[in-house]
Design a protein around this ligand. Structure first.
Ligand SMILES: C[S@@+](CC[C@H](N)C(=O)[O-])C[C@H]1O[C@@H](n2cnc3c(N)ncnc32)[C@H](O)[C@@H]1O
Length: 210
């Protein structure tokens, strides 16, 4: 956790300047998310990074709160929210693993490019389920690397992680990810991988039954 926090702090300003690699898929995910969000909803985004996605969704919901465990990411989010004059988005330094959020208190939770980074993915999925009200939605986008990119996973990633220039990434399959949502009690509404390309993140809309 501390190691991951150091990596994301170190890269935050560069991350903020990086262009989104696959704009079409990103836009499609925003659209699919906004088709679910409602104007009176309270939304949490964890691992919100530089706040780009939260600020995109802010005009479509009542409140959106972004949390991230890297202080520099939160600094950037707050700068961006102020520059955009966005009054219904707030950003706090917090880790999803330790977030003290009341039961059934949220309409939607977003976790974009994060479930493959947390140490206990299934605990996070279960904790989000607890936070959502019945009928609420967990919307996520996750790299599923099991069986893919062996050189990257087995050689480059461990070395990069040891040197502190790459984060720790957990490898699991798309099937395993979906099974984890179902085991926690969610109903899967969308399970979409752009272009069916195994190197692209899997977008999931998982609903807590009403
Ligand atoms: C790959 S970036 C994704 C950022 C953003 N969601 C996006 O899609 O561009 C992962 C982010 O998750 C944050 N993070 C990692 N582990 C976390 C945790 N346990 N709780 C909250 N944030 C975490 C990192 O600091 C980083 O900003």
């Amino acid at each position: 956790m501390a190691q991951s926090h150091r990596f994301w702090n170190w890269i935050a300003r560069r991350y903020a300047r990086m262009p989104i690699r696959d704009q079409a898929s990103y836009r499609e995910k925003l659209d699919r998310t906004q088709a679910v969000l409602q104007s009176d909803w309270d939304v949490l985004e964890f691992g919100c990074g530089t706040g780009t996605t939260a600020l995109e969704h802010a005009p479509h919901v009542a409140e959106i709160r972004g949390i991230d465990s890297a202080p520099k990411m939160i600094e950037i989010c707050r700068e961006r929210a102020a520059a955009a004059g966005c009054a219904n988005a707030s950003f706090d330094l917090a880790a999803i693993d330790r977030l003290d959020q009341p039961d059934s208190s949220l309409d939607a939770v977003l976790g974009m490019s994060i479930l493959h980074l947390v140490d206990d993915r299934d605990a996070v999925i279960a904790n989000v389920f607890r936070m959502l009200r019945p009928g609420g939605a967990f919307i996520s986008s996750t790299i599923c690397l099991e069986g893919q990119a062996r050189l990257f996973r087995q050689v480059i990633l461990p070395i990069g992680n040891f040197l502190g220039v790459l984060p720790r990434i957990h490898a699991f399959s798309r099937t395993n990810l979906i099974a984890a949502f179902e085991a926690a009690g969610y109903e899967i509404e969308e399970n979409w991988q752009p272009d069916e390309d195994p190197m692209k993140a899997v977008f999931v809309i998982a609903r807590k039954p009403a």
